[in-house]
Design a protein around this ligand. Sequence first.
Ligand code: 0RQ
Length: 501
Amino acid sequence: VEERLRYNALADKVMSAKDAASIITDGMTLGLSGFTRAGDAKAIPMALVDRANAGEKFKVNVFTGASLGSDIDALMSDAGIVNKRLPFQLDRTMRGHINKQDMYFVDQHLSVTAEYLRQNAIDPIDVAIVEAVAITEDGLLIPTTSVGNSPIYVQTAKKVIVELNLASYEQLEGIHDIYVPEAQGQRGAIPLLSASDRIGSIGIPLDPEKVAAIVLTDQVDTPTSMTAIDDETQQIADNIIDFLRNEVKEGRLTDTLAPLQSGVGSVANAVLGGMVNSEFKDLEVYSEVLQDSVFDLIDAGKVKFASGCATSLTAEKLDSVFGNLEKYKDKLCLRPQEISNHPELVRRMGLIAMNTALEFDIYGNVNSTHVAGNKMMNGIGGSGDFARAARISIFITKSYAKEGKISSIVPFVSHVDHNEHDVDVVVTEQGLADLRGLAPRQRAELIIENCVHPAYKPALRAYVEEANTRGGHTPHVLEKALSFHTNLAKYGQMIAPEDAE
Ligand code: 0RQ
């Protein structure tokens, strides 16, 4: 413990999770560490669940970096203790409670939570609960496998509880780069010019007066599960790599490409994985989440530097990465999510951004979050932070879902996360549509031709034909614009049975 807790002023703050959690009361707002199951606070949320299960009635607002592991979101939402959750979740059970209206969820661009807190525009943080590898002799909290929103939570909270995780890897010390911008209006340029720049300190400064408790823990992160790559996923990855190859051929990129950002999930992992055998070299990753494939690319000598705000690793990768951190130390950096996702930096470095869609429409509007218009899936995450500011913004989905009953390309999206102005390229296993410089009617033609599953081409072509008879810049048949979705609700499939071939 002495090696991990090196700040003498805090030695007498060590206590049990139960005692530490006793400062948390009904109506408080908690700022938890944790991003894509990495580096989440574990003991205090469980202590709160235990209190609820023992009969205590209370609700708290739970703010995090992104998703949590250890089923914490499921357990907290089942226990009924979450009033409001923000800014992202990725949990089937919690999703159910959100959609049953048992709790509130604020689906927020992941880079902006920190700005709202600085502006005092959202509920201020009462208690920050942050997992740490160590607290240094000069009072820096060293985060574990993610940074997320922890710096702003610690900076603005009234009280701080540190979960000092003795099972986390000591070698993480030195991996992080903690830079917290000044308030808007008082800040200059963020001095980061390339993915490998270090602009801050190795840890989060702690005010000892605010530290209410230090809880010793030894629970490791929950590994990420990854769906195996199927033929269609591989085809999507191949389509994107071909597109990038053509960008090089046309002289718009070189074979080092541009810093790469990719969202989470198996497709994103496959796209980066596909680069292992490509001609691209000396790549940089400037992303939010670093998945398995980033480390494969480092191992293969393809990626020279990777910057993110969190890792998201499968069970087999967790040990091989964190057990060999020395190998990755000079090629890896974890930053606050407002820096990993900062539009100023995304635009400056000219990122290639690859994010996922549930559906997109014939004009290039993208829905990443809502199933059939009203049911929350996971959240927008960082996709919007990157999409608008990126050099090339690519959105990815299979062309169909649910055994073909759903087309992922529709006349009009049932919810908009990324509008047509922020979407450069859409891609499915059928093909890719480069929308840059195309007017709406040209976009519709190319998307239907290149991306739509053959089963849905006739219906979409008929829609466009009818829409065009009505004229307009972005032609629509308004009373039929959501017909795919209303059919789905009525018949369980997007094409009405009488229209099915
Ligand atoms: O359903 O789970 O019941 O099998 O959606 O779809 O194809 O397995 O793909 O796991 O990558 O998820 C957009 C949800 C895709 C995700 C989304 C059904 C489908 C399946 C999952 P089942 P797949 P994925 C990074 C940045 C948020 C935006 C983002 C996501 C399930 O990637 O949440 O990129 N992205 N954020 O059957 C109804 C459709 C459907 C559909 C697929 N059109 N209608 N259901 N499904 N298309 C995150 C962070 O910032 C941390």
